[in-house]
Design a binder for this molecule. Structure first.
Ligand SMILES: *Cc1c(COP(=O)(O)O)cnc(C)c1O
Length: 389
């Protein structure tokens, strides 16, 4: 008999909670329930017209049909550097400090391969984007969890990391504005992270996928704006959430040239870059960024206000987010996250993500996403009001 034996890398993966969510959703749909799905971290609106127009032009250009340069076309790296200068007043060398990625997830997934050996640790937030943890495991390292607690505004307490773990750690993943908690990063914390990284020889990898999804008078800063950041770290960005371009697969990493070079070395041996037409569309997106992201922010802000008021009415304890398109709410006592999610779905047909799907410190919370049509969010709120909680 032929036996297909999977690697430990695969079999050791933690159980995928989201498969269970898909199952309870399918059960409700089979019963004829009109499920309003607020679990998805993927913008519902189309990519803006100007970006699509550029893509059409670039698609017709035969020079774009060949292998692209590994680090990304220089004109896109230059556009990234210009955007950083305009948006954050951070200077970047497009030749050495900018690397184009197949979406930021790809860079996050690959970077531990460049720096982690077996026996090394990587520090990851919990709750958090699941890729941080798996990427360290895939590289043969060990993730060490940093709890994100409500009483600390979902900022990790670096002083709680044991000395012997810090000594063996090579990198730390941070993510502000944060998915799933929607917490925002403050300059003081970034300073602490830089000092911690410098003091312990731990590179700081900051995921800024939501830097352009912000509300009211709050505006996220870049990690690289803080003095010393470029000595110890890099920042990941994505076109996905900023420009409604999740399907295009385009992101970038910027910052410390040696870290960028390490990641580039891994990528050169794995992928062969991104279709140049997509990269040229990315230039169009960055050049027109103000117009595009301003429109998006208005839409999410309206949805946020509608949903937050509805959720408060059913007794959920939450803070309206200053950034990201997620609402992170504490669930009432007496339920686990999964029980509450199921209860909410059964009572109202509204589906959200149980917090423990993002790690054990997400237990006790539930995440609602604002990536459904405004009318559907209004409908969700009507149902919440009618349901007897
Ligand atoms: C969506 C998301 C990403 C991935 O974005 P891509 O560029 O589409 O790969 C990265 N980090 C966080 C926290 C996200 O929520």
């Amino acid at each position: 008999m032929f036996i297909i034996e999977k690697s430990k890398r695969i079999t050791d993966l933690p159980p995928y909670l989201f498969a269970r969510i898909d199952q309870i959703k399918a059960e409700q749909i089979a019963k004829g329930v009109d499920v309003i799905d607020l679990t998805i971290g993927d913008p519902d609106l189309p990519t803006p017209e100007g970006i699509i127009e550029q893509m059409k032009k670039s698609l017709a250009n035969a020079k774009n049909h060949r292998y692209p340069p590994y680090a990304g076309i220089l004109s896109l790296r230059q556009a990234v550097a210009e955007w950083y200068q305009d948006r954050f007043q951070v200077k970047l060398n497009p030749e050495t400090e900018v690397l184009i990625l197949i979406g930021s997830k790809e860079g996050i997934a690959h970077i531990p391969l460049a720096f982690i050996d077996s026996g090394d640790y990587g520090l990851v937030p919990d709750p958090g984007y699941p890729v941080y943890k798996t990427s360290i495991i895939f590289a043969g390292g060990t993730p060490h969890i940093m709890p994100l607690l409500k009483q600390n505004h979902f900022i990790p307490d670096l002083s709680q990391i044991p000395k012997e773990i810090a000594q063996k750690s090579k990198l730390i993943f941070l993510n502000y504005p944060n998915n799933p908690t929607s917490a925002v990063g403050k300059e003081d914390f970034f300073k602490d992270a830089i000092n911690y990284g410098r003091g312990n020889n731990i590179m700081v990898l900051h995921d800024a996928a939501y830097s352009e999804v912000y509300f009211d008078d709050y505006k996220p800063m870049s990690f690289l704006q803080v003095e010393g950041a470029k000595e110890v770290g890099i920042e990941f960005h994505s076109f996905s959430k900023t420009f409604n371009m999740t399907g295009w697969r385009l992101g970038f990493a910027v910052g410390n040239a040696e870290i960028i070079e390490g990641l580039g070395k891994i990528k050169t041996n794995i992928d062969s870059g991104i279709f140049q037409a997509v990269q040229e569309a990315g230039i169009a997106a960055l050049k027109d960024n103000l117009h595009v992201s301003e429109t998006l922010r208005k839409i999410y802000q309206e949805r946020r206000d509608i949903l937050c008021s509805g959720l408060k009415k059913i007794g959920l304890d939450l803070e309206p987010p200053a950034a990201t398109f997620y609402i992170w709410a504490e669930i009432p006592r007496g339920y686990t996250s999964m029980e509450y999610t199921t209860h909410l779905l059964n009572q109202t047909g509204v589906l959200a993500t149980p917090g423990n799907g993002f790690g054990s410190f997400g237990e006790g919370f539930i995440r609602f996403s604002l990536t459904e049509a405004t009318e559907r969010i209004k409908e969700a709120v009507d149902r919440l009001k009618k349901a007897a909680f």
